[in-house]
Design a protein around this ligand. Structure first.
Ligand code: MSP
Length: 728
C-alpha cells in the first residue's frame, strides 16, 4: 500500500480466520495486532475503514478435535471462538466485525457462492481418490503414505464422490492477473512461490466432501459438505453480505485492500481464492500480504510443537502496548521473528520505559513545576542562536511525519518505528543540551524563564507529534499522553482524522496539562520469571484441569506424525531442554505416538485416535512433568543380530551420538536384523537397565503396536534428525 492508494476513501482489511481446534496464542495475536495497527492509522487518516476478523469452524480437523474433547463440534467451536474474541477484546483490538463460519449469514452466503460457481459452469461432479492432509485441510498429490508438503504429516487416503472446481481453467488468467498486478502478493518470496506453483500446472480442485458432515451442505445435494477452504475463504465476502439482500457493505468495501495472512496459507489466498472469485464474476482482492512466523525456542510457535506463549501472559505483566510495540518493532514484517521474554523486556525497558515514557514524564513534570502545568508562550526573549537544536527538531518532525507514513503504509512497521524513535532520542538530546532545569550563574532570571518556556514548549510539541504518530501502535499509552498534554481524548481526535493535518505547531500556548501519570513503569528482573511462571501454571491447569478436558486441550488425533514444520526445517534447531520452555498445551496422552506410516480411511478413527479418544473420555491424564521424566532420544542402529535360542529378541547396538548402547528388543519376528542397520529409531534412554538372557538391555525402542496381534512398527522420522536429539 502506498499513500496514494490509502487516500482513496475506503479501506477493507482482513485477518485470516482462525481455526478453533486450539486456543489462541501469540502467533494468532500477531496477525490481528498488525491489522489493528493498520486499521487505527487508516481511520485516523479519515479513511472509512472496515476491519474483519473471525473464526474458521468447519471441517474434519475441528470435527475430530471436538470428538476428542467429548463435545459436539458446535459447542466446541463456540467455546474456542469465544476465547479468540475475548482475547481480542482484552487486547483492545478494534475489529469492526467478527465472523464465525457457523453463523447462518455465512452459511447462506457460501451456498450462494457455490451455486453461482455451479451455475456458471465451473463446478462439476466427479470422484476423487487421493491423499488429504486433515491438519492443513489440503489435497495432496502422491501415493498413499505421501507426507503433506505443508506440515509433513502423513496424508490420509480418501476416495469419495466429489464436486470439482475447474481450477485448471484459470492457470493462464491467474498468471496474467499476477503480471498485471505486481503488488498483488508480497513479500517477493511469496510471489515467486505462488507463481511457480501456478506455472507448474493447476489441476481441478475437489470442493466438497462426503465422508463427514461438519460443514456447509452443498445446495441441492446435502450429503456433500463444501470444502472447508472454499467455505473459509468466502468469509471475506460473506461478512459483507455478499449474495444477500443486505449487501451494501459488499458493494462499498469489496475488493479488499489487504488480506493479511500467514505465509503458509498463501496458495489458498493467491491461487484458489482469486480463481473462485474470477469464476463467480467477482473482482479479486487488491493485495495479499504474508507475515512470517513467530518463532519460540527456534520453532514456529504452534500448539502441536507445544512451544506457545499466550498473549494474555504478556498483557498481564507488561500490558498490551508492550506486546504491540515488540511485535511491530522487533520483527521486520514478512520475515520470521524470534519471540523471547528477554528481548521483549529489553525493548520494553529500552524503548518504552527509558525512552518514550521517560521523555514524556520529564517534560510534563517540568511544565507543571515551572509553569503550573500551562504551556508557556515562546516570547523570543532569549537569543535564538542559543538553541540551534530547536530548528533541527522542527525539521526532524516534518521529516519523521513523512518517513513514518511512507514506511508504515508499506507495512514496514519496524523501520517506521525506528525513524520515530530517532525523533524520541533527538528530543531527549535537545532537552539535555539545553538543561531547562538548571540556571547557570551568568544567566538572568528573565533569560532563564524564556529559555525554559522555549525548550519545554518545543519538547512538548515534539512529544505531541510523536504521540500522534505512535497512536496506532501504542493506543493506550498515546491516549494517556494525549490527556496529559491537555489534548483530550485521542480516540476523538482519531475520529476527527487528526493524522491528516498533523504538522508542527499544534500545541497552543495556554493549554492546560493534566496531571502526570506513569506510562511504562520499568520492568524489574522478575518480569521474565513472572511471565514464565504464568505460562507454566496455565499449562498445568489446562492439562490437569479437573472435570474433563476443555475444548482447548484437544487436537486432532489424525495428525499423529512429526512435530516439525517441514518448511525451512533445515534452518531450525530442535527445541532445547535448557530453556524455560512453556509446557505443551496438548493433553493428548502419549498413546498418540503412533506410526507415522498409518494411512487410515478418512471416515473411521485412526489407530492413534482410538486410544487417545478412549483416554480422553476416561480422563486419564498425566501431567507434563510426568511426561518430561521420559527421556526419548533419536538413535541409530549400528549392529543388529539374532540371539541364539531367543526367537523373539534382537540384540541391537545403537549410537546416540554422545554414547553407544546395547538394547534388546522383542521385534525379531517382524524385522530382519540386516534391514535395521543404519536406521534411525527412537529410544527411551533413561529406562533402568535390565537383564534378559544374560544380556543387559539399556533402553527400549519405540514402536506402534498394530492390531490385532500387536505387530510392531518402529517410530522414525521423515526429516533428517541428529543423533541424540531429544523428543519432547
Ligand atoms: N483457518 C485457516 C485460515 C483461513 S483464512 C480464510 C488457518 N487458521 S490457523 O488458525 O491455523 O492460522 C491462522 C493464522 O495464524 C495463519 O495466518 C497463521 O500463519 C497464523 N499463525 C499461527 N501460528 C503462527 C505463528 N507462530 N506465527 C505467525 N503466525 C502464525 O490457517
Amino acid at each position: 500500500m502506498t499513500d496514494q492508494a490509502a487516500s482513496s476513501s475506503r479501506f477493507y482489511l482482513t485477518t485470516p480466520i482462525y481455526y478453533v481446534n486450539a486456543r489462541p496464542h501469540l502467533g494468532h495475536a500477531y496477525s490481528t495486532i498488525v491489522c489493528d495497527a493498520i486499521a487505527r492509522r487508516k481511520r485516523a487518516l479519515g479513511i472509512d475503514t472496515w476491519f474483519l476478523t473471525g473464526t474458521d469452524e468447519h471441517g474434519q480437523k475441528i470435527e475430530r478435535s471436538a470428538k476428542l474433547a467429548g463435545r459436539t463440534p458446535q459447542e466446541f467451536a463456540t467455546a474456542i471462538s469465544g476465547e479468540f474474541r475475548a482475547l481480542w477484546d482484552q487486547l483492545g483490538l478494534t475489529y469492526d466485525d467478527f465472523i464465525r463460519t457457523t453463523e447462518e449469514r455465512h452459511k447462506r452466503s457460501v451456498q450462494h457462492l457455490f451455486a453461482t460457481l455451479r451455475d456458471r459452469g465451473y463446478i462439476y461432479k466427479g470422484s476423487y481418490t487421493g491423499q488429504y492432509c486433515v491438519f492443513d485441510e489440503l489435497y495432496v498429490d502422491g501415493p498413499p503414505g505421501t507426507p503433506c508438503p505443508d506440515c509433513g504429516r502423513i496424508t490420509e487416503t480418501v476416495s469419495e464422490e466429489n464436486y470439482f472446481f475447474k481450477l485448471s481453467a484459470f492457470e493462464r488468467r491467474l498468471l496474467e492477473f499476477y503480471e498485471a498486478n505486481p503488488g498483488f502478493m508480497q513479500p517477493e518470496s511469496t510471489r515467486r512461490e505462488v507463481i511457480s506453483f501456478v506455472r507448474g500446472g493447476l489441476k481441478d480442485l475437489s470442493v466438497s466432501r462426503t465422508s463427514f458432515s461438519w460443514g456447509i451442505p452443498v445446495p441441492g445435494d446435502e450429503k456433500h459438505v463444501i470444502y472447508v477452504w472454499l467455505d473459509a475463504l468466502a468469509n471475506y465476502i460473506t461478512a459483507l453480505g455478499y449474495g444477500t439482500e443486505n449487501d451494501e457493505k459488499f458493494k462499498k468495501y469489496w475488493p479488499a485492500d489487504i488480506h493479511l495472512i500467514g505465509k503458509e496459507i498463501s496458495r489458498f489466498h493467491c491461487v484458489y481464492w482469486p480463481a473462485f472469485l474470477m469464476a463467480a464474476g467477482i473482482e479479486p482482492p487488491s493485495s495479499v500480504r504474508a507475515n512470517g512466523w513467530l518463532l519460540f525456542d527456534q520453532g514456529k510457535m504452534s500448539k502441536s510443537r507445544g512451544n506457545i506463549v499466550r498473549a494474555e501472559t504478556v498483557h498481564a505483566v507488561l500490558g498490551a502496548d508492550a506486546l504491540r510495540y515488540f511485535l511491530l518493532r522487533e520483527i521486520p514484517f514478512g520475515q520470521d521473528g524470534n519471540f523471547t521474554f528477554d528481548a521483549l523486556v529489553q525493548r520494553y525497558n529500552g524503548d518504552l520505559a527509558n525512552g518514550y515514557g521517560n521523555l514524556v514524564s520529564r517534560v510534563v513534570n517540568m511544565v507543571h513545576k515551572f509553569f503550573g502545568g500551562v504551556v508557556p508562550q515562546i516570547n523570543g526573549g532569549y537569543p535564538i542562536d542559543e538553541y540551534p537544536d530547536e530548528t533541527a527538531l522542527r525539521i526532524r518532525a516534518g521529516f519523521t511525519i513523512e518517513q513514518f507514513a511512507k514506511r508504515f503504509d508499506e507495512l514496514n512497521f519496524s523501520q517506521a518505528l525506528e525513524s520515530l524513535w530517532i525523533m524520541v532520542a533527538e528530543t531527549d538530546g535537545y532537552l539535555t543540551a539545553n538543561a531547562p532545569w538548571k540556571k547557570p550563574a551568568d544567566r538572568s532570571d528573565a533569560d532563564h524563564t524564556a529559555l525554559q518556556a522555549r525548550v519545554l514548549a518545543t519538547a512538548a510539541e515534539a512529544i505531541r507529534i510523536i504521540t500522534a504518530l505512535v497512536y496506532p501502535v501504542l493506543p493506550d499509552a498515546a491516549a494517556k499522553v494525549w490527556r496529559q498534554l491537555g489534548q483530550g481524548e485521542i480516540a476523538d481526535a482519531a475520529r476527527a482524522s487528526f493524522l491528516t493535518h498533523l504538522a508542527w505547531g499544534g500545541l497552543k500556548p495556554g493549554t492546560q496539562f493534566a496531571e502526570p501519570a506513569p506510562l511504562f513503569p520499568r520492568a524489574e528482573k522478575d518480569a521474565i520469571e513472572r511471565m514464565v511462571q504464568i505460562e507454566e501454571e496455565n499449562n498445568k491447569s489446562v492439562i490437569e484441569a479437573a472435570g474433563g478436558p476443555s475444548p482447548a486441550q484437544a487436537e486432532p488425533a489424525a495428525a499423529p506424525a512429526p512435530t516439525q514444520e517441514p518448511k525451512k526445517k533445515a534452518e531450525k534447531k530442535p527445541m532445547e531442554e535448557t530453556k524455560p520452555t512453556p509446557a505443551p498445551e496438548s493433553a493428548i496422552p502419549p498413546a498418540t505416538t503412533a506410526p507415522a506410516s498409518a494411512a487410515p480411511a478418512a471416515s473411521s478413527p485412526t489407530p492413534a485416535e482410538v486410544p487417545a479418544q478412549a483416554a480422553a473420555e476416561e480422563k486419564q491424564y498425566i501431567s507434563i512433568d510426568d511426561f518430561a521424566k521420559v527421556e526419548l532420544r533419536v538413535a541409530q542402529v549400528l549392529v543388529a543380530e539374532r540371539i541364539p535360542k531367543a526367537d523373539k529378541l534382537l540384540r541391537l547396538e545403537v549410537d546416540l551420538g554422545y554414547e553407544k548402547r546395547q538394547i534388546l528388543a522383542g521385534i525379531a519376528q517382524y524385522y530382519e536384523p540386516e534391514k535395521l542397520i543404519g536406521r534411525k529409531i527412537v529410544i527411551v534412554a533413561n529406562l533402568a537397565p535390565r537383564k534378559m538372557r544374560g544380556l543387559e538391555s539399556n533402553g527400549m525402542l519405540l514402536a506402534a503396536s498394530l492390531p490385532p496381534d500387536g505387530a510392531p512398527v518402529l517410530a522414525g522420522f521423515l526429516e533428517e534428525v541428529p543423533l541424540g536429539a531429544r523428543l519432547k
